[in-house]
Design a binder for this molecule. Structure first.
Ligand SMILES: Cc1cc2nc3c(=O)[nH]c(=O)nc-3n(C[C@H](O)[C@H](O)[C@H](O)COP(=O)(O)OP(=O)(O)OC[C@H]3O[C@@H](n4cnc5c(N)ncnc54)[C@H](O)[C@@H]3O)c2cc1C
Length: 222
């Protein structure tokens, strides 16, 4: 995984949690990537991207692109953006590059005056301890470091080593936390990642916990 930065001529005008379509040199078809930074007047668009197997977009980004190269960027798109205008605490859930839009959402929430008294939680899962980049990414930003309560978990016990934190898939860790957190409908949920994770979270929150769908905001990284 790596963070990529692109500079456009116009202001980077988007809502935290949205994504853009990137046209990469030599790759047929655009690829969707979610912005990890905040909207800004300098035209800076940043993305945390994971290279997956022999994927062509990943190869173009990680092996083909050089600093100074030009790509196509179309956006913003997406409905899984921060809704700051309500009275609920915020729970973000993700794994892998799903951290990208969650960083943007949490950075905006941590700076929103109307959310100053709200809890901001991040549940972040990885296969091994080495996959858990979330604490380091939060630590880069003083507002994130101060405001976000981060719970990490690993899903592969064979690679646990000296790990003493939570174990299990991230949706299972959230499920355990909700047992003692009171009414699950007190929170707004933002999540992004591979379909098995987003599907499991939908089942947990919609069907088991009866959280209104208007409080669930998510993108499946198909
Ligand atoms: C809303 C959304 C947000 C996402 N955000 C992120 C993010 O922030 N970080 C991240 O790492 N990943 C993100 N992804 C996943 C990302 O878009 C890619 O699917 C993933 O990186 C693998 O891409 P690849 O090109 O390396 O793999 P490939 O296997 O080459 O392609 C992946 C997908 O691209 C599409 N595709 C392939 N060829 C064509 C073609 N000719 N024309 C049109 N479409 C084609 C297909 O849907 C294919 O499954 C997001 C996905 C979605 C839907």
């Amino acid at each position: 995984m790596a963070e990529f930065s692109f500079r456009a001529g116009d202001p980077a005008d988007f809502l935290p949690g949205q994504y853009a379509l990137l046209d990469l040199p030599g790759v047929a078809g655009a690829r969707a990537y979610s912005m990890s930074n905040l909207p800004n007047g300098e035209g800076l668009w940043q993305f945390v991207i994971k290279q997956i197997g022999a994927g062509r977009g990943g190869a173009a980004l990680f092996e083909g692109l050089q600093p100074g190269d030009t790509i196509g960027l179309d956006g913003p798109y997406g409905m899984a953006h921060l809704r700051p205008d309500n009275d609920r605490d915020i729970v973000c859930v993700g794994g892998g590059s799903g951290i990208s839009p969650l960083l943007s959402i949490l950075a905006a929430a941590a700076r929103a005056p109307q959310l100053a008294s709200k809890r901001l939680l991040l549940f972040y899962g990885g296969r091994t301890p080495a996959d858990l980049c979330a604490p380091a990414l939060l630590a880069r930003d003083e507002a994130l470091a101060r405001r976000v309560e981060c719970v990490t978990a690993i899903s592969d016990p064979a690679h646990a080593g000296a790990w003493e934190g939570q174990r299990g898939f991230v949706h299972q860790v959230l499920q355990g936390w909700l047992e003692s957190a009171g009414d699950a409908s007190r929170y707004d949920y933002y999540f992004c990642g591979p379909p098995p994770m987003t599907d499991a979270l939908q089942r947990l929150l919609m069907l088991e916990k009866r959280v209104p769908t208007a409080q669930l905001h998510f993108d499946r990284f198909v």
